[in-house]
Design a protein around this ligand. Sequence first.
Ligand code: F0G
Length: 466
Amino acid sequence: MPPTEVAYQQCISPSCGAQYGVDEARINCEKCGDLLDVTYDWDRAKPPANLRDFEAMWTRRHEPSRFSGVWRFHELLPFAPIDQVVTVGEGQTLLQQADSVAPYVGVKTGGLFLQYEGMNPSGSFKDNGMTAAFTHARSIGAKRAACASTGNTSASLAMYCAVTRHMKAVIFIGSGKISYGKLSQALDYGALTVQIAGDFDDAMVRVREVSQELGIYLVNSVNPFRLEGQKTIMLRVLEALRWEVPDWIVVPGGNLGNSSAFGKAFAELLQLGLIDRAPRLAVINAVGANTLYELYENRGLRWNAGVDDQDTSATYYRELDATQRKASTLASAIEINRPVNLRKCLRALETCDGVVREVTDQEIIDAKAQVGAGGIGCEPASGASVAGARKLVAEGVIQPTDRVVCILTGHQLKDQDATIAYHTTDQERFDKVLGTRGVKRASFANRAVAVPNDLDAIVKAIQLYS
Ligand code: F0G
């Protein structure tokens, strides 16, 4: 279908390039099966000539759509009219200069920034994408929405359904693979929660089948509209840096939606002449869920002008099956072996001269503790970005003088088990939650001090420890 509007959907494979209207709900190309982008006819869309023009939107914060940290950048994701967006005030997130964490990472004071997406209404970056998917879903009259989730997508979907009452939520989660903080959100917000015997990768396969069969709108990040919203995380980073492009963006990699969205954001900003260079992108896998690392760094898989090298990934997936290797990391949010956005992420890595690294659960949980000690707090998966940045500085890939932005994808209270087990004096608890993941020590534990219920003893303890 030729584009008739400002926006259309387009197959990402350059050799196919099939186009579909934005009035369709699709998760892949009908002709070749590849992923879809939302693409804009920028001549018609008329984006601003200068990123500074967005600063004027702050004066319009009384309008819900301009209050939103996603929709105040509407001109760069104009697939729906501004007066028809669905918003719950997402994207009020901060870029924090993290001087107390900088020495741990190994960059100079003033060089480390943490983009704290845990401040979103459902406590993770997912709300950036969900507001966009909801806007699209409402525009096409969808009544039910589904997702497979390691917890945050489901919390976000359930919240948007409950607040807006536009759709009913159906969520698929793997057994025992989701933190209680996230599960409690979905249950509280009233989502139909289907717990399948399997992991996230299994749930992802099923939710695609079920949504196809029952005509339910799918909000996983294979939905190209989700990624449009997630582009704005980068716009807010640039805004906070007064529109100066940082040297590095470091992000945890799970299903690879964020990295894909960030790459698309920078490709479009370059295309529009709104920035003159892209930052470098580092995507960080957990060792126990390292498909991207394995394919990109060890087997040399690249975007390669969009030529789909299915052999390399298919061989790898066959090996996973043959050895029955399932994803396994304490950072349950990124416990994913078959990332649905792999191809888009490869494209993003090319746009941003990217690198991929893997970090152990020990490195993740220690980095998370350092973030916490710096007063921000995040869930384990987010710690991966800081652990990854530290590794890249140690390798000499990131320079100590670089400006580095690590994305903290989810709130600290999402996964209290991991935090409490880290700081506990109860060895059994430590072993159960962390030891089983190969975590040997809590390098930065802040242990509670047990004292008798006695004034002298309490005073002594405070004098001793403070
Ligand atoms: N960090 C957190 C806190 C997440 O919840 C996720 C993904 C990621 C990182 C990975 O992001 O998929 O864009 O590479 N969580 C999904 C979910 C899979 O179901 O909540 P990605």
